[in-house]
Design a protein around this ligand. Sequence first.
Ligand SMILES: Nc1nc2c(ncn2[C@@H]2O[C@H](COP(=O)(O)OP(=O)(O)OP(=O)(O)O)[C@@H](O)[C@H]2O)c(=O)[nH]1
Ligand SMILES: [Mg+2]
Length: 200
Amino acid sequence: SVLSSLPSFQSFQIVMLGLDCAGKTTVLYRLQFNEFVNTVPTKAFNTEKIKVTLGNSKTVTFHFWDEKFHTCHCGSHIPDCTDGVVFLVVSVDIERTEEAKTELHKITRISENQGVPVLIVANKQDLRNSLSPSEIEKLLAMAPWHLQPTCAITGDGLKEGLEKLHDMIIKRLNAKHPFKNPCKRQDGQQYLMSKCFYLP
Ligand SMILES: Nc1nc2c(ncn2[C@@H]2O[C@H](COP(=O)(O)OP(=O)(O)OP(=O)(O)O)[C@@H](O)[C@H]2O)c(=O)[nH]1
Ligand SMILES: [Mg+2]
């Protein structure tokens, strides 16, 4: 159909956050190259536009921003044109879970204010002593948000997580009138056009 030829218009700005060593850059390059890429700690940020085919064979472009984690960043603000946030935690890092929880709660408070959906990713599920998703959910006390278990090395769980985030983004955009809330992003024209065609 005409509509099914349009998904290439759909592009979403995704900010990836999480403590250092959570696996943000590994996720980014796993998605981009469909293979494991060995990373070094990020100095400033990485950004990539990546086409992802979701479960219903719809191809969606995610423009990821993988930023060096700054505590101050989380206390302030998520860029206005952010469509979704991916927050990574390490599934084994009990000592750092408290720190991750504090940052995650700051982020979700801000994102709730801005109405931006958050996907929580429990990464490194391949490690022998990793906690189960429900144990991590309990530790993080993040009831309303979806928690996705993943392994960025193999890519397990990443597509499922993005599918869930995509659903949340579409729900939010469809709740808004596209022309009442124009977005001031650089590709604003395309964004407004794409908003007319968001499918449930
Ligand atoms: N076992 C295992 N290791 C992982 C996984 N994901 C990432 N790693 C490893 O964790 C280390 C840190 O990964 P990065 O992707 O660089 O982490 P980051 O969140 O980008 O870290 P910063 O750039 O410092 O903020 C690397 O050695 C990765 O290979 C995973 O799912 N399982
Ligand atoms: Mg990194």
